[in-house]
Design a protein around this ligand. Structure first.
Ligand code: ADP
Ligand code: ADP
Ligand code: ZN
Length: 218
């Protein structure tokens, strides 16, 4: 059983590594950002509530996020493990996750903390492109799709997220520093933290994560 959390600032490569981890370990990928964007696209009540926060680069309130994640984790496909990407993002979210898992007699296997310098993050986020259909992640310089504007995996349309405009990116990095970075100490104290240099090439970061998970599982 692998219950993984991907932690790191916006642009660190969480979604990119999640795609590779899913291929290798066949675990469900739970991205709270993807859940909110899908709800916004549908125009559901959740989407209407979440949109204001995403557009401003702010966090959606904890009570909304936690309810969604608990519901998702209780589904059958998550019982053999999961990859959480972009959750938790605040100390209260982490505490609520610990309580929820303890109640189900489960716990986090490891927190994969991806470390990248702030200036590099700005270039990554402003150059990021995403598939509208399958959410695959690209970069105009670092990881272009084979055919411009078309997803390699599903042929879907590739677009730029509205919150990847430079001004919102700076706001999101501030929010990360103030509200999410304290989770590094939280998980270190609990013996769960594994930190990786996210400035290495995508495949190198992935190999190092797999090595660390193998060592841990003996
Ligand atoms: P996050 O989910 O942490 O916000 P993403 O996985 O979406 O980050 O990656 C942000 C951008 O950086 C994407 O455009 C992606 O293609 C690119 N990227 C991800 N990992 C690397 C890496 N190791 N080296 C260079 N570019 C990367
Ligand atoms: P990135 O990895 O590039 O920061 P995400 O797709 O993870 O982007 O998140 C996009 C936005 O969705 C965030 O800026 C925030 O508004 C909202 N969001 C996602 N996950 C959470 C969370 N765990 N708590 C609060 N807000 C969240
Ligand atoms: Zn696609």
């Amino acid at each position: 059983m692998l219950n993984l959390i991907l932690l790191g600032p916006p642009g660190a490569g969480k979604g990119t590594q999640a795609e590779l981890l899913v291929e290798r370990f066949h675990l469900p990928h739970i991205s709270t950002g993807d859940i909110f964007r899908a709800a916004i696209k549908e125009g559901s009540p959740l989407g209407q509530k979440a949109k204001v926060f995403l557009d401003a680069g702010k966090l959606v309130p904890d009570d909304i996020v936690v309810g969604i994640v608990e519901e998702r984790l209780s589904q059958p496909d998550c019982q053999e493990g999961f990859i959480l990407d972009g959750f938790p993002r605040t100390i209260p979210q982490a505490e609520m996750l610990d309580r929820y898992l303890a109640g189900a007699d489960r716990q986090i296997t490891a927190v994969i903390n991806i470390d990248v310098d702030f200036e590099v993050l700005i270039r990554r986020l402003t150059g990021r492109r995403v598939c509208r259909n399958c959410q695959a992640v690209y970069h105009i310089v670092n990881k272009p799709s084979q055919k411009s504007g078309v997803c390699d995996h599903c042929g879907g349309e590739i677009y730029q997220r509205q919150d990847d405009a430079e001004e919102t990116v700076r706001k999101r990095l501030e929010v990360y520093r103030d509200q999410t970075a304290p989770l590094i100490a939280y998980y270190r104290e609990r013996g769960k933290l594994k930190t990786f240099n996210g400035e290495e090439p995508i495949q190198v970061v992935f190999d190092q994560i797999c090595l660390a998970l193998e060592e841990q599982n003996g």
